[in-house]
Design a protein around this ligand. Structure first.
Ligand SMILES: [Zn+2]
Length: 442
């Protein structure tokens, strides 16, 4: 499933994507519809299946919308591009409301756009606006889209971040809100990632008075000592533990300006550069400006207890959240999540911790999402279904996870079939390319 959290690599606006979609945009940095992009990928060949969401931030980028306001013509561009992508086979629309340019939008924009999804029986997925002090209001905004338009919905990776001012019993209260929506007849679910760590945008903590500046001013503004002084007391958002000074939780994942620091924590960068961590932070952003959204961090986000309560909960599916599986180029600093993430649910949470039963974990990563996202003929081992199968000896499965050596595959994943065609044979990739696009309604 690609195109989550508001950013899809297609449709591509002139000059490349926005947000996460900009990463690795070289080959696709031209105006291209989703159908054209699908054909391009098919011409390259795919080993895995792909299912698409169209990103709300991508739609805003195409329409040239930055702040909360837009003209009627700009709204028409967003809606027209959304309809085109749905006609091309996208399963639905995703939003990423902690990221630019979507975070500036008013709720009414989302109420209106998600109304289009109803006509197509398409799903709305959302990386909601807040997951700490404002998590209840953020979830309410999402659920209002669902109730108002009578659509299916997915709250992407609904977790409460560790020590970030969430209200008391925030997790239980969120679950109660989703359960109430289900009891009222709306098909809403959520999902969780496998590890204590997650990825996020470095620019996510920046205020809009900065990110809204003309692109050519961003670099010099970020070098300005007065701007830096103001930012230090105005970055308490998104990953709020950064503002709280918990720098040891924050690790540089990818940046093009200083590749030598990729993989280092901010205390390590601070020692290397002999500078305060805030100045390191701003130096990096200034060096990549105006492409602020392209820089990704990895951080310790979730406690063991929170992983357990989410992963085992009946409303949660099991996913891995990443931005690229590319192993070369600027997006190639892959995290271990891509390599061992799904199998980690089985080795760590099932086999080691007994957080949930094996059968339940497999259901939460196969038939449950297939049904929720409307992928017919998939997700079950059943006569007449597509043979998308992983064959492995459960006891022998190994998932080496090391933040410093991320590119290690799961060991013991012996055979993988995609659409009935063998792709992994005895753990060896055959470079067969049976993957296809899973279009809505097919
Ligand atoms: Zn997200």
């Amino acid at each position: 499933m690609v195109g989550n959290c508001g950013d899809s690599t297609a449709p591509v606006p002139p000059g490349g994507g926005g947000g996460f979609g900009r990463i690795g945009g070289g080959a696709a940095a031209q105006k291209r519809s989703l159908a054209e992009h699908m054909r391009f990928l098919e011409s390259r060949g795919m080993s895995a299946n792909l299912a698409w969401l169209v990103g709300h931030n991508t739609l805003r980028s195409i329409a040239g919308i930055k702040g909360p306001d837009y003209t009627p013509e700009q709204y028409q561009v967003m809606e027209r591009e959304l309809r085109k992508a749905l006609d091309d086979g996208a399963l639905g629309m995703s939003s990423g409301l902690e990221f630019e340019p979507g975070r500036a939008c008013r709720p009414e924009e989302l109420y209106q756009l998600t109304g289009v999804l109803k006509e197509y029986d398409a799903i709305y997925t959302s990386h909601i606006r807040n997951r700490d002090a404002g998590v209840l209001e953020a979830l309410e905004e999402f659920l209002h889209c669902i109730r108002l338009n009578g659509i299916r919905g997915e709250v992407s990776h609904m977790n409460i971040r560790h020590r970030t001012h969430a209200p008391d019993h925030a997790f239980d209260r969120c679950i109660a809100m989703i359960q109430q929506a289900r009891d009222d007849g709306f098909d809403v679910l959520t999902d969780m990632t496998p590890l204590n760590y997650g990825i996020g945008q470095m620019a996510g903590i920046l205020p809009q008075w900065l990110t809204g500046m003309p692109p050519e001013q961003l670099g010099s503004a970020l070098h300005d000592p007065q701007v830096r002084a103001r930012l230090r007391s105005d970055c308490d958002r998104y990953w709020r533990f950064i503002a709280a000074g918990e720098w040891d939780r924050v690790r540089m994942q990818n940046n093009r300006a200083f590749p030598e620091i990729n993989g280092m924590t901010f205390p390590e960068i601070s020692r290397l550069w002999n500078k305060d961590p805030w100045d390191c932070y701003f130096d990096i952003l200034a060096a990549v400006a105006p492409d602020l959204d392209s820089v990704v961090l990895v951080s310790y986000l979730f406690t063991d207890e929170h992983l357990k309560e989410t992963i085992s909960h009946p409303l949660y599916m099991l996913v891995v959240d990443g931005y690229s599986t590319d192993i070369e180029g600027p997006a190639g600093q892959a995290t271990g999540f891509h390599y061992i993430g799904m199998a980690w649910f089985l080795t760590h949470h099932v086999r080691e911790l007994h957080t949930l039963r094996l059968e339940e974990a497999v259901r939460k990563m196969t038939s449950m999402p297939a049904q929720h996202f409307g992928l017919s003929g998939r997700g079950l081992v059943h006569e007449g279904y597509f043979a998308d199968l992983c064959v492995f000896a459960y006891d022998k499965l190994e998932t080496p996870f090391d933040l410093d050596r991320p590119r290690q595959y799961t060991r013991g994943m012996d055979y993988v079939f995609v659409n009935g065609c063998l792709v992994l044979d005895g753990g060896v990739h055959l470079h067969t390319q049976p993957g296809r696009h899973l279009r809505r309604g097919q």
